[in-house]
Structure formats: structure tokens, C-alpha cells
Design a binder for this molecule. Structure first.
Ligand SMILES: Nc1nc2c(c(=O)[nH]1)N[C@H]1C(S)=C(S)[C@@H](COP(=O)(O)OP(=O)(O)OC[C@H]3O[C@@H](n4cnc5c(N)ncnc54)[C@H](O)[C@@H]3O)O[C@H]1N2
Ligand code: MOO
Length: 559
């Protein structure tokens, strides 16, 4: 808004602004209510939570088959009845859905109350599983794994995994800032302060269409008017006026600008100031005094050349692009986007048409590049490598990206090549499995001093989990972006958790609470596609009304 700071002359334009109704709420994004959500019909993926269910009513407690692992059952963490119920339902439902009906008998049993908004990492202590949980230090994680190597004992806690990814990026060599044209700067971070290259406005200009006047009225009106964009107009003499357009340079010795609706030309061609008519009144007012400086934007009102307009570290938004252009910039100095190679693994993937003969559509190829871009990356290449170990080896060995993202192949199946290839290239495993559901086989490795690899599990929602757990902090730091303020909202209904691991569930964010979505199984994207955020459910689950930390999806915020 103009004219709130130091200024030489009274600007009546500002008075109007102050009186303007509907001034935007400048409180934090989370303090104001979000857009009201429409009521949902029965076919709506978000609807069933509210109507309590139907066949999919229990899916908020979605547990994939891997959650109910032998360890859990052996320790009695999963109720036998629930497992039996799951067995009975199996005939009706497809496997994913059936297993989604397995629920923790008492999701409240192990939680220890709401977490702090400020300390999302302060989760319920994970029960001691003996040596299995002792866990290696993150940097010592490159022990030689064998089959089944991604077992629980190697897994890193979810908050630690994110911290390790952040630290990995902090210890990587910085890339030099680059000067890019404005269209390439959007979403990047300023690497240098944005310093005004000119006064703004750079000349005294008219804030309104009307007349530039000198001295008290009435005024003789010059024949030639002044339009925006015209160079130095002839100075006014006392008692003279000239027609002027908004944004035009005011002539020297102008006292004020009289808005066109506040002036009247008499039959002798002289200009008089006239107060605006009150609504419903037929009477034009008298001749008011013209306030010196009114409706003139003085040079330097917004800034002077050399003023710092924005500090380094600010993310370039459309508004920043506008400001930079106004202040005289043709290029902006920014932190370059970290370059990412995406390697899609799996012989079973089709890139078009309907799934057939055991083949499925590749859901990650279309999803990851724009998502990575929204996280600050430049996706250099997306390559589909099938389950070819040599092709993966070559692709990793020859990549000069800052980050390689692989999809699939993280587990210990016969064609899960990611671990063996990382060993072959001599990578250092920083994170080898994370105590998070879905997505626990995700991994992070340092392949070279200046290159990392994030291995995303193949199950699509598990891949999203890996993206936000490992790739997001890494890319954020490499891109120079600030960490988002952690925030939390109460969950509308109890949120099923894993007994020992963090769980990420897609949610819709309302004004004062979040609503968990259905279809949150590891192979499903239906929930996340309708979601605003992922809620972080601590080990043991969250009770209705408990505050859950939220991870915004990057297209819900500046991208
Ligand atoms: N013995 C064990 N097996 C598995 C475990 C385990 O702990 N022990 N973990 C399971 C979990 S959890 C996950 S998640 C997966 C991760 O497996 P991978 O990363 O090796 O992924 P794949 O086996 O290649 O694929 C898993 C699944 O996802 C489908 N997929 C793969 N890529 C795509 C894609 N681009 N678009 C759509 N769908 C994709 C793939 O067809 C499989 O259905 O391992 C479990 N196994
Ligand atoms: O099935 Mo897994 O938990 O990583 O998605």
C-alpha cells in the first residue's frame, strides 16, 4: 500500500485507501478460516467420514498388510479378532481394501496426549524392541545389507530421517547463485538482497485523472494535456491548470492534482474546484481549498535508489517479480534449482492405455516431476529403466544431478536393485528405512560428495511419503528455501496409528480441524488426490480432537 511511510506531501489517495471497506485480513494463513468446504455427496471420496461409513467406513483406520507384520501380531499389538474379521471379509473385498479394515483395537491405548505444535518431533516414545531398535547412527548406515536388510532394526525414526535429509543437504557443496530472467525466477529464492535501482516513483506523478493546478483556483486551463509516458512537461505558472492522466509526470510548480470529478469548467473555460455532491443532493458544493500535494505521488514515496526492498532468502512470488520489474531489474540473482534425475524402475509399468496382463500404469512418472518442481527442483530427466540392474547402475554412475530419485526396487524382492546398485557405486546410506507408514523402505544415500539419492518405494502413496520425508527437506535446503512453520490442527475423528511407527494420512484441512480421508492405503492415490495435506499421526494413533502436525502439499502454498 502506498504512502504509509515517510512522504513529503499529503496524498489524498491514501486517505481513500484507509477508508476503503473490506481491508484484507493480514493475520497468518492459518488464523483465518479456510474456504468453506462444500457438503459432500455419497460418491465423494471425502464424504464417508461424516456419514460414518458404509463399507469403507473403517478405512480411516487403514492398515496395510505390512503394518500388521509378524512382530506386531506376536507382541499382541493387533487384536486377534481384528485379524479374524479381516480374514472373513477377505472374500468380499479386494486385498488392499480388506486389509484396510484391520484396525488397532484401541487407537488410544498408547498415545500420550497431544503433541506440542512447536515440537512435532516430540512423539510418543517408541517401545524398546531390544537390539533391533538400537538403530545405527545415520552416518554409519552403510553396513552391508543382505536379503531382508531393510528390516525394522535399521529403520530411522521419522523426525530423525527428516533431520538427516536436511543435514545432508546442508553439508553438500553450495551451488553458485545465478542471474536469471524473471520468468525463470518464479518460486526460486533470492540469493542477494533486492535493492531498488531507482526511486519509486521515479518522478512526481499524478495519482488521478484530472488537472494539475498551480496556486488557488479558479485556473486557466492549458490547451495541451499531459499523458502518462510523456517526458518533462512545461512548468505551470500560478493560476494555470493542465489536463493530466493518472501516472503522468506532473509539471514543475504544480500545487496539487484536482480529480476530474472534483472540477468544473465554467462557460469562460476556467476551471473551478467543486466538492462532490452528497448522495441524493442536487446541490453542487462551493469551492473548497485545494490541499497542497493532493493526489500527487511524490518521487521516492515508495523507495529511494539503494533501499533494500527484500532480503536474500525470500521466495520469488508473482508480486516479487512485479516489484523487481518496477524497481528496474531485468534479471534476478537466485539460488539455482537443484537438478534432479528421476529413475522409474519396474518392468510392470505401462505409460498409456488400460492396465492389462498383470501390467499396471506408471503413476509415479506423471506425478513426481511436477511435485519435485513444486518442491524447488529442476527435473532434468525422467527415465524408465524397467528392472534392469545394469541400466540402473549406468544411470546412477553417469548422472550429474544434485539428486537422483528412484522409484520402486527398494525392498528385497528378486528385482529390487536399488540397494545392490548403491553398494556397487560405493554410496553411503544415510537413511535405510524409516519408521513411517506408508513408505518404510524409503532410503537416502550419498552417492558422491555433491550428489544424493532418494529411493522411493514403488507403492504410490509410499512414494509420496518418501518424497515428503526425505526429498522435501533435502530439496528445500538445496533450493535455499526456509522451513515451513510447523503447524497442527485437531483431527475430527480418531486417527489410526501404527503401534511403533509414525503414520502419514491424507486429510482435508478445514477452518479449525482436519478430516482424515479414505483410500489411504500404500498403493492408493485416491485419498491424497483429494487432500490438502498429510497429517502426521504419532505412533499409537491420535484420538479425536488431538492436534496433528500437518505437511502441506506444495501446490496449496507458493510453488
Ligand atoms: N518381504 C518384504 N517385502 C516387502 C516389504 C517388506 O518389508 N518385506 N515392504 C513392502 C513395502 S511396505 C513396500 S512400500 C514395497 C516397496 O517395494 P519396492 O520399493 O521394492 O517397490 P516395488 O516392489 O518395485 O513396487 C511395489 C509396488 O508398487 C508398484 N509400483 C512400482 N512402481 C510403480 C509406479 N511407477 N507406478 C505405480 N505403481 C508402481 C509395483 O507394481 C508394486 O505393486 O515393498 C513391500 N514388500
Ligand atoms: O506398503 Mo509400504 O508401507 O512402504 O507402502
Amino acid at each position: 500500500m502506498t504512502g504509509r511511510g515517510v512522504r513529503g506531501r499529503l496524498d489524498t489517495e491514501d486517505r481513500d485507501e484507509k477508508e476503503a471497506p473490506g481491508v484484507a485480513d493480514d493475520s497468518g494463513r492459518r488464523d483465518g478460516p479456510r474456504e468453506a468446504r462444500p457438503a459432500r455427496g455419497p460418491g465423494d471420496p471425502r464424504g464417508g467420514e461424516r456419514d460414518g461409513g458404509g463399507r469403507h467406513g473403517a478405512e480411516r483406520n487403514d492398515v496395510d498388510r505390512h503394518d500388521v507384520d509378524r512382530d506386531d501380531v506376536d507382541r499382541g499389538d493387533v487384536d486377534r479378532d481384528d485379524v479374524d474379521r479381516h480374514d472373513l471379509d477377505r472374500h468380499d473385498l479386494d486385498l488392499e481394501e480388506a486389509l484396510a479394515l484391520v484396525r488397532d483395537p484401541d487407537p488410544h491405548a498408547t498415545h500420550s496426549g497431544p503433541r506440542s505444535r512447536r515440537d512435532p518431533g516430540a512423539q510418543v516414545p517408541v517401545p524398546d524392541h531390544g537390539p533391533a531398535d538400537a538403530g545405527p547412527s545415520p552416518t554409519a548406515a552403510s553396513a552391508p545389507p543382505g536379503p531382508g536388510h531393510h528390516a525394522r532394526h535399521r529403520a530411522t525414526s521419522w523426525p530423525d530421517a527428516r533431520a538427516i535429509a536436511e543435514r545432508a543437504a546442508l553439508s553438500a557443496p553450495r551451488r553458485e547463485p545465478v542471474d536469471v530472467p524473471p520468468e525463470a525466477a518464479l518460486g526460486l529464492v533470492l540469493a542477494a538482497p533486492l535493492t531498488a535501482l531507482t526511486d519509486l516513483p521515479s518522478f512526481d506523478s499524478s495519482a488521478m485523472d484530472g488537472w494539475a493546478v498551480a496556486g488557488p483556483g479558479p485556473w486557466d486551463v492549458r490547451e495541451e494535456g499531459i499523458l502518462a509516458g510523456q517526458a518533462e512537461p512545461t512548468a505551470l505558472t500560478d493560476g494555470a491548470a493542465v489536463r493530466i492522466a493518472t501516472g503522468a509526470r506532473v509539471p514543475a510548480d504544480t500545487t496539487a492534482v484536482l480529480r476530474s470529478e472534483h472540477g468544473r469548467i465554467d462557460d469562460k473555460g476556467r476551471l473551478h474546484a467543486a466538492v462532490p455532491q452528497a448522495p441524493g443532493s442536487a446541490r453542487a458544493g462551493g469551492t473548497p481549498a485545494v490541499v497542497p500535494g493532493q493526489d500527487i505521488r511524490p518521487r521516492g514515496q515508495e523507495c529511494h535508489a539503494g533501499d533494500q526492498l527484500l532480503p536474500p532468502g525470500v521466495q520469488v512470488s508473482p508480486a516479487v517479480l512485479g516489484l523487481a520489474a518496477a524497481a528496474g531489474y531485468d534479471t534476478l540473482r537466485v539460488v539455482p534449482r537443484p537438478r534432479v534425475d528421476v529413475l522409474i524402475l519396474g518392468d510392470e509399468l505401462l505409460t498409456e492405455g488400460l492396465p492389462k496382463d498383470g501390467l499396471i500404469r506408471d503413476a509415479l512418472g506423471p506425478m513426481l516431476p511436477p511435485w519435485l518442481h513444486a518442491l524447488g527442483a529442476e527435473v532434468v530427466a525422467v527415465r524408465r529403466l524397467g528392472d534392469d540392474a545394469e541400466a540402473l547402475f549406468d544411470a546412477v554412475r553417469t548422472s550429474d544431478a544434485d539428486l537422483i530419485v528412484t522409484t520402486g526396487g527398494t525392498a528385497s524382492g528378486p528385482v529390487d536393485h536399488v540397494h545392490p546398485i548403491l553398494r556397487r557405486v560405493g554410496a553411503e546410506l544415510l537413511v535405510d528405512g524409516v519408521k513411517v507408514r506408508p513408505g518404510h523402505p524409503m532410503l537416502l544415500a550419498r552417492t558422491r560428495e555433491d550428489q544424493h539419492l532418494v529411493g522411493l518405494p514403488g507403492n504410490p502413496l509410499a512414494a509420496v511419503s518418501g518424497l515428503l520425508t526425505l526429498a522435501e527437506p533435502l530439496l528445500r535446503v538445496l533450493a535455499g528455501r526456509a522451513a515451513p512453520e510447523p503447524y497442527a490442527l485437531p483431527v475430527e475423528s480418531s486417527a489410526h496409528g501404527h503401534p511403533h511407527d509414525t503414520r502419514l494420512i491424507p486429510v482435508v484441512v478445514g477452518a479449525d480441524r482436519v478430516v482424515p480421508l479414505h483410500y489411504n492405503g500404500p498403493a492408493m492415490l485416491r485419498g491424497i488426490a483429494a487432500a490438502d495435506a498429510l497429517a502426521v499421526v504419532p505412533p499409537g494413533g491420535g484420538h479425536s480432537g488431538q492436534e496433528l502436525e500437518l505437511l502441506d502439499l506444495p501446490w496449496g502454498v507458493a510453488g
